[in-house]
Design a protein. Structure first.
Length: 170
């Protein structure tokens, strides 16, 4: 694994990096650049887990994909997808425009992002999905490669660990 990615994962476990979107954005920016992504974002759900209450994002083209538009919207995962994310399984959405596919409901809820492909990892705290981390592409993919899957699992777990520490300290 790239030493920079390892450093990002370690830094994400530190609670002081979760105080605001400004403190997390440099890490998202590094992930975006290292992985040649169109956007990377974290969306956290509210206490009731029904709405997206907080978003931190980094992207090249906010005119095409602006994750901040998700703030205040209902969280996009149905019960089945939440269970997958709790088990640390990723959602590999290859074509967000395919509203008949495996993630049809999720994709339709995320239409405002104009993404064609997403890799989604859960931010799991106390065996509940408290949010999600997303790698996004404006282009369709046949699937996200294994490196992207491993990096997402590492980054979403690291983020969850740091966010949990942040919550305990504040």
């Amino acid at each position: 694994m790239n030493p920079v990615l390892t450093g990002i994962a370690v830094d994400l476990t530190m609670p002081n990096h979760h105080a605001s979107s400004a403190t997390i954005r440099p890490y998202l920016n590094s992930l975006q650049q290292l992985m040649s992504l169109d956007c990377v974002f974290v969306a956290l759900f509210g206490m009731a887990k029904t709405r997206i209450e907080w978003v931190a994002a980094c992207g090249n083209r906010y005119e095409h994909c602006n994750p901040y538009e998700l703030t205040g919207m209902p969280q996009p995962c149905n019960a089945e997808l939440l269970q997958r994310l709790v088990r640390h399984q990723l959602l590999d959405v290859r074509d967000c425009t395919d509203h008949r596919g495996e993630y049809a409901e999720f994709s339709s809820r995320m239409l405002c992002l104009n993404l064609c492909s997403m890799l989604v990892g859960g931010i799991v705290l106390n065996e509940q999905v408290s949010g999600m981390m997303v790698f996004g592409s404006l282009h369709r993919r046949q699937g996200w490669d294994m490196d992207a899957h491993l990096i997402m699992k590492l980054m979403s777990a690291s983020y969850a660990a740091g966010y949990e520490r942040y919550q305990h300290n504040h």
